[in-house]
Design a protein around this ligand. Structure first.
Ligand SMILES: [Fe+2]
Length: 295
């Protein structure tokens, strides 16, 4: 089963039907050359500094850069892409009343990298979520061209419906080949993995994944993009990152500096609202002092 390719103006329901059927689809040529240059420039210092992986899963010639919401304005735009967000909402909504950003990473597969083991991303929750619940809609934005030779993501379309232990035949494994500026969409239940890079160039992709708002995020967004940075981001993006409630009481916080208990069980949205000056980040020493004073 080959990977279906659509254009940015393809009807959302049509794209959704392909995702439901194959758990894999490419939307071609969304980003402009300028978008791609901006992303490369914003990520360059981190890709130069970060070290390669050190095991078979993360690879030995592969660099990963996370915290993209804190580090890259252009990646923030990608995270908010309207088509992707509509697809995430529609795909995940049977299992939740909202979704959140789950994972951000720029992954650069270097020359001589071997293929990553095929896996299903839903494994991050240890297999405790029943398979009838879809846990993830994932995107890989191609910042360079993705070819079979340079490490285009391997995927087994349709394997989201397979028995868990069925392994693919070689001819069932496809490569998400696409030109720079395109995006590959896959789900948490489909078998996939990074491809081998047999060229002399790096293959760069930006990975942004979405999950129901009641699941723990793979990348801790509050540490990767703490309030001191998040306060300057768009409210819509903060909500997406989880600076919002994932249900009636899910995700509230209490300001530990509020020794008088005036602001218990506060919505994270308040952190950036008119009360912003009320919330401060205290050192643990200060907190101990203030509680000692009270006693
Ligand atoms: Fe994966």
């Amino acid at each position: 089963m080959s990977i279906q390719r659509v254009t940015p103006d393809t009807n959302i329901e049509e794209i959704l039907a392909i995702i439901e059927r194959d758990a894999a689809v490419v939307i071609e040529n969304i980003l402009s050359t300028k978008d791609l240059d901006d992303i490369k420039n914003e990520l360059k210092p981190y890709l130069e500094n970060d070290i390669e992986g050190d095991n078979e899963f993360t690879g030995f010639q592969t660099k990963r850069v996370g915290a993209l919401m804190a580090r890259s304005p252009k990646c923030r735009e990608l995270a908010l892409n309207p088509t992707i967000n509509t697809l995430s909402e529609k795909f995940l909504e049977p299992h939740c009343d909202g979704y959140q950003l789950h994972f951000t990473s720029a992954i650069s597969i270097g020359p001589n990298e071997t293929p990553q083991i095929l896996h299903r991303d839903r494994g991050v929750w240890g297999g405790y979520v029943p398979r009838k619940i879809e846990t993830q809609l994932s995107t890989v934005w191609a910042i360079t061209d993705f070819t079979k030779e340079n490490g285009a993501t391997q995927v087994v379309p349709g394997s989201h419906k397979w028995d868990k232990n069925r392994m693919p035949l070689d001819e069932e494994i496809e490569n998400a080949e696409m030109s720079a500026g395109s995006v590959f969409i896959y789900t948490g239940s489909v078998m996939h993995g990074g491809g081998a890079n047999k060229t002399s160039e790096n293959r760069l992709g930006v990975f942004l994944h979405y999950a129901p708002n009641w699941l723990r995020q793979e990348e801790n967004q509050y540490l990767s993009c703490p309030p001191s940075i998040a306060k300057d981001l768009e409210p819509e993006l903060r909500d997406l990152m989880g600076y919002s409630q994932g249900g009636y009481v899910l995700g509230f916080f209490t300001d530990p500096t509020d020794t008088e208990g005036k602001f218990e069980s506060v919505s994270p949205k308040k952190l950036f609202g008119e009360d912003i000056d009320r919330f401060k980040i205290a050192s643990s020493e200060e907190l101990v002092k203030s509680s000692t004073k009270k006693n």
